[in-house]
Design a protein around this ligand. Structure first.
Ligand code: VGL
Ligand code: ZN
Length: 206
């Protein structure tokens, strides 16, 4: 059975938010349309404690975009974003949520970042998403959301590593694009790992 996985469509990743992804808002109507095609929908939510180690503000003298060593893992520093319980961490207000089976929160351990909806970046922490999907008989994932070059990409790669067939719904994602071609590079990386790239319009007939 197939599932739609909606990654991090939260206010802080929308223009006006703390870690705004350009055009992040434009995917919301597409994702709402896609939801009507799926019987099984889950979402992930970036959900950091205020003292999270990925925030530049928590490293004296460090700026956004610089790197630190966080518990042995190289970590790029982000603005403070998606702090638990804040408006920035809430889902986009126009995003339909009532059909969701479950929400998987990630990035809750201050000592490690978690781009993937499945595991922390050092793979120590497990959100339970893989087990949950397998228990439900899901074998095929359709992934959309924010951001293509970080949380979407790592969710796709871990989904493949966990043995799921994975499709990226490319037009229902947007990238941070720290470098201008990061969206394209992320797509290449996902394809090389075994993901299929699809567009919303190909799913309209499902
Ligand atoms: C994300 C950077 C930091 C994402 C989350 O959702 O892609 N990116 N935290
Ligand atoms: Zn984050």
């Amino acid at each position: 059975m197939k599932a739609l996985v909606i990654v991090d469509v939260q206010n802080d990743f929308i223009p006006g938010g703390a870690l705004a992804v350009q055009e992040g808002n434009t995917i919301v109507p597409l994702i709402n349309e896609l939801q009507s095609k799926f019987e099984f929908i889950v979402a992930t939510q970036d959900w950091h404690p205020a003292d999270h180690g990925s925030f530049a503000a928590n490293h004296e003298g460090k700026q956004v975009g610089e790197f630190v060593n966080l518990n042995g893992v190289q970590q790029i520093l982000w603005p403070v974003h998606c702090v638990q319980g804040t408006a920035g961490a809430a889902f986009h207000p126009a995003l339909e949520t009532k059909l969701w089976k479950a929400i998987f929160q990630k990035g809750t351990n201050s000592l490690v970042d978690s781009y993937s909806g499945f595991f922390d970046n050092n793979r120590q922490g497990d959100t339970g998403l893989a087990f949950y999907l397998k228990e439900a008989g899901i074998s095929e994932l359709f992934v959309c959301g924010l951001a293509t070059d970080y949380c979407v990409k790592f969710t796709v790669l871990d989904g493949l590593a966990e043995g799921f067939k994975v499709h990226l719904i490319a037009d229902a994602t947007r990238a941070v694009n720290l470098q201008v071609n990061d969206f394209d590079l992320a797509l290449e990386e996902m394809k090389a790992a075994g993901a299929t790239i699809v567009e919303t319009k190909e799913l309209r007939s499902l």
